[in-house]
Design a protein around this ligand. Structure first.
Ligand SMILES: *[C@@H]1O[C@H](CO)[C@@H](O)[C@H](O)[C@H]1NC(C)=O
Ligand SMILES: *[C@@H]1O[C@H](CO)[C@@H](O)[C@H](O)[C@H]1NC(C)=O
Ligand SMILES: *[C@@H]1O[C@H](CO)[C@@H](O)[C@H](O)[C@H]1NC(C)=O
Ligand SMILES: *[C@@H]1O[C@H](CO)[C@@H](O)[C@H](O)[C@H]1NC(C)=O
Ligand SMILES: *[C@@H]1O[C@H](CO)[C@@H](O)[C@H](O)[C@H]1NC(C)=O
Length: 224
């Protein structure tokens, strides 16, 4: 760029000198009456300043253009990455060994124990025994059971009211879900491939815990 400016300068002065004969013919009021060489000098200076301004202007626009391009590029990158993570339906994550089902993370125990033990184990895992909202959810959970095992859920008999009660305090809607078996003292509910059944709470069964999924971690936070 420096080279360009210097070259232009010399060129201009040359041009001015070559135009000597025509210089004095300029109107007097422009150059305010000084001899022709002062006038030429002024014209040269003006040309040089003009060229400098043009060069500076061009440089600035080139810099701005480059910045614009890189901004567009990076925003395109962010957009892409957003699609990779938040654009898909699996934007929710479960811990290892937990399965995502609808809006829940489910844990299927490998060992068997009493209902009360299951309650405590889920609590230790910062979760609760499975709650089932409706027949649809029942079917979805059953699809994840690939064996003949029985799994405790968060439903037992409240003796005082003689009603099935979820561990969140709500009573079972018996219109929506049916429990097979007796309703007697110390009864708890398990889920199997065939439905929901009551059984003595001290029986050893496997169990299912549920907890809220967490939003998947966006791995490109440092993108911008
Ligand atoms: C990203 O998502 C936007 C809107 O959600 C969509 O218009 C665009 O096509 C998606 N791009 C890709 C690469 O999936
Ligand atoms: C359930 O277990 C807790 C401790 O984990 C105990 O305090 C409680 O008595 C037990 N309840 C029943 C009904 O077994
Ligand atoms: C408790 O869980 C049951 C089964 O999912 C649900 O129908 C009920 O609305 C819940 N109650 C509360 C207070 O969250
Ligand atoms: C039934 O569950 C409640 C908690 O929802 C608990 O307090 C009660 O001891 C349980 N009953 C039995 C027989 O385990
Ligand atoms: C019980 O379930 C039935 C069938 O799903 C539903 O129509 C009804 O509104 C439910 N009752 C309550 C109190 O949630």
């Amino acid at each position: 760029m420096d080279r360009q400016v210097i070259y232009a300068d010399l060129n201009l002065s040359k041009g001015s000198y070559l135009e000597r004969p025509s210089a004095p013919s300029l109107p007097r009021d422009i150059c305010q009456g000084p001899p022709w060489h002062q006038c030429a000098l002024k014209l040269g200076c003006a040309g040089m300043i003009l060229l400098s301004l043009i060069v500076i202007g061009l440089s600035i626009s080139v810099i701005l253009l480059r910045q614009n391009l890189s901004v567009e590029e990076s925003s395109a990158e962010v957009q892409e990455n957003r699609n990779e993570t938040t654009g898909k339906p699996d934007l929710l994550e479960c811990p290892k060994q937990w399965q995502l089902l609808q809006e829940k993370c489910l844990f299927f125990s490998h060992t068997s124990n009493t209902w009360n033990y299951s309650l405590g184990d889920c609590s230790k895992k910062e979760s609760s025994l499975l709650l089932i909202q409706d027949p649809e959810e029942l079917t979805h959970v059953q699809k994840l059971i690939h064996n003949e095992f029985l799994f405790w859920i968060g439903l037992n008999l409240s003796l005082s009211e003689n009603k099935w009660k979820w561990i969140n305090g709500s009573f079972l809607n018996t219109t929506a879900l049916h429990i097979f078996g007796y309703t007697k003292e110390n009864s708890c509910v398990y889920i199997s491939l065939t439905g929901l059944f009551s059984e003595d709470c001290d029986t050893d069964n496997k169990w299912i815990c549920q907890k809220e999924p967490k939003p998947a971690i966006n791995k490109v936070c440092s993108g911008s």
